[in-house]
Design a protein around this ligand. Structure first.
Ligand code: CA
Length: 227
């Protein structure tokens, strides 16, 4: 799937030129022309990388970055006309991954995008929100689960159930509590939904790998243990 890039840049001609080049390289691009709209889009979590101008209407690029970093570690490359040390230092302090000074050659921008995206996909460089038990690892940012490094596809409900059990690792959780917390208090479906979904999870996470993660505590509920 094509990587999604958000370009927050108020100079429309420049934005259009960059967009065309990025699309030509196979990226999906969305543009935003002011800081407030840009921040809102950036916070949606839909993007693999953000290109962020510093001088923007409504909200400055630095402020967009500062607010974005409270919630997201998405790679950000700052675009700036002001090649000053102060800007670079404060930008990197606020969590920018890289800088490029306008005017830039498109090849240089493309090279930096490739580097930032590669860093993002390297597990060691990414401070991901991970939950784990033994060889089972969940990356809650990327909505991804692996067992022994192999990706496992889960449905939304399976993912939510597994997440709740991992967040409460080593605690035995009753079926009622799982129904309340994963399905919601207003759930009116089958009461054996939990058992059914635990079976789905076991079929995906345990059987193919010969590992046991989810333990049944008879008469009580389920628990994920670190073993
Ligand atoms: Ca600008």
């Amino acid at each position: 799937m094509a990587e999604q890039i958000l370009l927050i840049e108020d100079e429309e001609k420049l934005a259009r030129m960059v967009e065309l080049e990025l699309r030509y390289e196979g990226y999906e691009v969305e543009k935003s022309f002011d800081g407030r709209d840009g921040l809102e889009k950036a916070l949606s979590g839909r993007y693999d990388l953000i290109l962020l101008d510093i001088m923007l209407p409504l909200l400055s690029g630095m402020e967009v970055l500062r607010r974005l970093r409270r919630e997201s570690q998405v790679p950000v490359i700052m675009l700036t006309a002001r090649d000053t040390v102060v800007d670079k230092v404060s930008g990197l302090d606020s969590g920018a991954d890289d800088y490029i000074t306008k005017p830039f050659a498109i090849e240089e921008l493309l090279a930096r995008i490739r580097v930032a995206l590669r860093k993002q996909s390297a597990p060691a460089a990414r401070p991901a929100n991970t939950l784990s038990a033994g060889h089972l690892v969940m990356d809650t940012d990327r909505h991804a689960v692996t067992v022994k490094g192999a990706p496992v596809e889960l449905t939304r409900r399976e993912f939510d159930l597994l997440r709740y059990l991992l967040e409460n690792k080593e605690k035995v959780i009753s079926r009622e509590s799982l129904l309340d917390n994963v399905w919601g208090f207003d759930y009116v479906g089958e009461t054996n939904a939990v058992d059914v979904y635990i079976r789905f999870l076991r079929a995906k996470l345990e059987e193919p790998f010969g590992e046991k993660h989810i333990h049944t505590v008879r008469g009580v509920g389920y628990v994920i243990r670190e073993d």
